[in-house]
Ligand binder design. Structure first.
Ligand code: GTQ
Ligand code: FE2
Length: 348
């Protein structure tokens, strides 16, 4: 067992390299592409089409029981640039989860944090530490790090949504833990509205600080489409701009909803474009309504509702709308920000 051995035509150097290798040392002067002028980005721009995601999700629903593969029926977006890794971009897992009528995905928890953005349908409840969060089209649901979560489809129709997890980040930090849930939990699905929303879901109003929870993530765990829709409308109204982006925030801190992921809602007016930017950090974006083009680097993907696209680090991107385009995106920006590594640049 030795580390990589470098070669040289100079016999003395060759001998040095051989001895270095035996001692598990490598000479920096022979190491190329380590400190690059701009980021080396392995993942590539990519689009997963809603049509395929839905059709393949349904097929998996017919063929594969919920008890296979970690009690979740999930198809992971695997970026073609990342070899065989099941990651949509370098730092984010993105997937579609298919839950058939009356099916239950039982409780578990893990240190990677997750979020769900519901693309269509209604009738599923996610219980987060027992708190029942209903899931409907356009809603953002958080299942932060180490919270128990289980999904129940109480309806007669299958449902499909997008999951995003910070799994690649937590795996790189070698901090992945997983635990099965308690087999018996109090089921509060008869609660009309979650505790989380009743406590933290009134815009601009919070209980006294002493009565609040102070977890490392937003204590508000559900962000409803009606609120997002209104916020985007008002923003476009106020700015008169061709496009608007709104950031989902923790109402108690005003910061990102979870320490590792930023969530944003985007709206582009019909026939208009969002500003072209490049940013450090990776992003996955899904179209909620409308259609248009996701221009990512030199790629131009036609996109429509339910499509998922990968936007790798430092690749310029923007959206163009045919009819009004609404989209949701999640990125690792809070991580880059916390480490002083976030950069953003307007592009042509
Ligand atoms: O719903 O609990 O896409 O644990 C990947 C891992 C979803 C989930 C995923 C998970 C889940
Ligand atoms: Fe999970």
């Amino acid at each position: 067992m030795s580390t990589r051995r470098f070669s040289s035509p100079d016999p003395e150097l060759a001998e040095l390299y051989s001895d270095l290798s035996r001692e598990h040392l490598q000479p920096l002067w022979e190491l190329k592409d380590l400190l690059t002028p701009t980021p080396t980005v392995q993942s590539v721009p990519h689009r997963w089409s809603a049509k395929q995601l839905r059709a393949l999700g349904e097929r998996a629903g017919r063929l594969v029981g919920i008890d296979r593969g970690g009690d979740r029926r999930v198809l992971a977006c695997a970026n073609p640039g990342l070899d065989d890794a099941p990651y949509a971009v370098a730092t984010l897992w993105a997937a579609v989860q298919y839950l058939g009528p009356r099916e239950v995905a039982p409780a578990h928890r893990h240190t990677p944090a997750a979020l769900r953005f519901v693309l269509e349908g209604a009738g599923v409840w996610t219980l987060v530490d027992g708190d029942p969060l209903s899931m409907s089209a356009g809603d953002l649901i958080l299942t932060p790090s180490w919270t128990f979560h289980e999904h129940h489809n109480d309806s007669d129709k299958p449902m499909l949504w997008m999951d995003v997890l910070d799994l690649p980040v937590v795996a790189a930090l070698e901090a992945v833990f997983f635990e099965e849930g308690p087999s018996k939990q109090v089921d509060r699905r008869t609660d009309p509205v979650s505790y989380s929303e009743r406590t933290y879901g009134s815009t601009g109003l919070l209980p006294p600080p002493g009565a609040r929870r102070a977890p490392a993530h937003s204590p508000l765990l559900a962000y409803r489409w009606a609120d997002t829709d209104r916020a985007l409308d008002r923003r476009l109204d106020v700015t008169g701009a061709p496009a608007a982006t709104m950031t989902y925030v923790d109402p108690t801190r005003g910061g990102d909803v979870m320490p590792t992921m930023r969530c944003e809602a985007h709206r582009v007016r019909a026939g208009q474009s969002s500003p072209r930017v490049r940013q450090t950090g990776s992003r996955v974006l899904t179209v909620f309504r409308g259609s248009g083009i996701a221009s990512i680097g030199s790629e131009r993907f036609d996109v429509a509702a339910g499509d998922i696209v990968a936007i790798p680090s430092w690749v310029p991107w923007h959206l163009e709308a045919n009819e009004q385009l609404d989209a949701f995106s999640a990125s690792d920006v809070p991580v880059l920000d916390a480490l002083g590594l976030y950069r953003e640049q307007a592009e042509q």
